[in-house]
Design a protein around this ligand. Structure first.
Ligand code: HEM
Length: 402
């Protein structure tokens, strides 16, 4: 996961040298980049544990992904030498830092953030035209992800534009696998966070009463959390939130535009919005993959993985496994939610899932309450995002105020 909590290929120092194993596929082939979900569907059928120099082993089937997730002694999260709190850790470090994470996403915290979150959603949608084409990723999705994250953490509005540019640069450097650019980008982000933490330390008792200030008082193993650890934790929350929430808003809006009957069903029964969002994101995952490294020789679906091999669990493939979901493109609200791997499973299951669900439910409810969503009148097509991103980079839609 390099400097992202939500995956990026970053060859860690302990991994085996490339070339030790022939390639089964090319993750950067034009047809894969053009429609990665379709490419993973095909690969899951023909080569469910597939090797490439670029990614190492890609694990595509639902049952194999679960096996990897639950055997964290064999499939380690320590995939790079860089400190990554908590996702780049195994127990016992992971357990200690995960405790700090979890306390910020309790039902009480979510209830307290509810109205603020709705306010951010309404504010973003208020800026839309009454009747017209909009590019939804720019007009709604990215802005909402940035503002809602800043509201949750207590960050100032003037950080919005630097963060927006940072997300874009991070994505570009990750795709190009440009390690020096990735290092510079991580330092840039750390600078923003260090400044926020320093300001709060200097203000002492007068510091704003928000989560960023609260984190400064957290402890692990009965000692204060270091600045370095806090910066890493906040970086992972931010990267975890910004890319996936923006992608999710786009994926949900795109689905609603293509399915007017579902739009009316959800408009008429708000209680269905939460389960519908999870089901839409099962079909089209906003987060493609996360990484592991093997600690020993192990076989997976008769493929021999060596100790120190890189492994990617491909959520966007496992969640469309026909063995588990039948027709993966059938939108159904009566599926077993326990099978949906949208937020992962096992000890690294997404701690931010309650916040993500709240944010996505509210923006979707407010969008449906205010507008009818349809494909753009201009006829402009959506542009799909490429690995490691998902969803759309550009999503022209037509909105009409109800
Ligand atoms: C739609 C939005 C989101 C999706 C689909 C998502 C998905 C996931 C998944 C699948 C994992 C497991 C990764 C693994 O096993 O390696 C994960 C972990 C994580 N997520 Fe999220 N996430 C979302 C939003 C968020 C938010 C809003 C936050 C925080 C504000 C967050 C913070 C994290 C962190 C810190 C981890 C690492 C947990 C650990 O290693 O114990 N995520 N997420």
């Amino acid at each position: 996961m390099s400097e992202t909590s939500h995956d990026a290929p970053d060859p860690g120092p302990h991994w085996r040298r490339p070339g030790a194993q022939p390639d089964d596929w090319d993750p950067r082939a034009p047809h894969v980049l053009a429609d990665q979900i379709a490419a993973y569907d095909e690969l899951r059928g023909t080569c469910p544990v597939a090797h490439s120099d670029y990614l190492g082993w890609s694990v595509l089937r639902h049952d194999d992904v679960l096996e990897v997730l639950h055997d964290h002694a064999t499939f380690s999260n320590v995939v790079s030498e860089r400190l990554t709190v908590p996702n780049g850790m195994d127990p016992p470090e992971h357990t200690e830092f995960r405790r700090i994470n979890d306390k910020y996403f309790t039902p009480e915290r979510m209830a307290a953030f509810h109205e603020r979150c709705r306010h951010v959603a309404v504010g973003v949608l208020d800026q839309l035209p009454d009747d017209g084409d909009v590019e939804l990723m720019g007009a709604v999705a990215r802005t909402y992800a940035l503002r809602v994250q800043s509201a949750f953490l207590g960050w100032p509005a003037d950080l919005e534009e630097p963060l927006r540019a940072w997300v874009r640069k991070n994505h570009e450097a990750t795709l190009a696998r440009d390690r020096s650019a990735m290092g510079a980008i991580a330092i840039e982000f750390d600078g923003y966070i260090r400044e926020l933490l320093d300001e709060r330390r200097a203000l002492g008792d007068n510091a704003p009463k928000d989560i960023t200030t609260e984190l400064l008082h957290d402890r692990v193993w009965d000692r204060p959390v270091t600045t370095e650890e806090l910066v890493s934790l906040l970086r992972n929350w931010t990267v975890g939130e910004l890319g996936t929430i923006a992608a999710s808003v786009g994926i949900v809006a795109h689905f609603l535009a293509a399915n007017p009957e579902v739009q009316e069903q959800l408009h008429d029964d708000d209680a269905l919005v939460g389960p519908a969002v999870d089901e839409i994101l099962r079909m089209h995952g906003p987060l493609i993959a996360n990484r592991r490294a093997t600690t020993r020789d192990v076989s997976l679906r008769e493929r021999a993985l060596g100790a120190g091999d890189r492994v990617s669990v491909i959520w966007a493939a496992a969640n469309r496994d026909p063995e588990v979901f039948g027709d993966p493109d059938e939108f159904r609200l009566d599926r077993d939610p326990g099978l949906n791997l949208l937020y992962g499973a096992g000890i690294h299951v997404c701690p931010g899932a309650p916040l993500a669900r709240l944010e996505l439910r509210l923006i979707t409810s407010e969008l449906l309450a205010g507008f009818r969503v349809a494909p753009a009148l201009s006829g402009a097509d959506p542009v799909r995002a490429t690995y490691p991103g998902s969803g759309f980079t550009s999503l022209p839609l037509h909105l009409t105020r109800r």
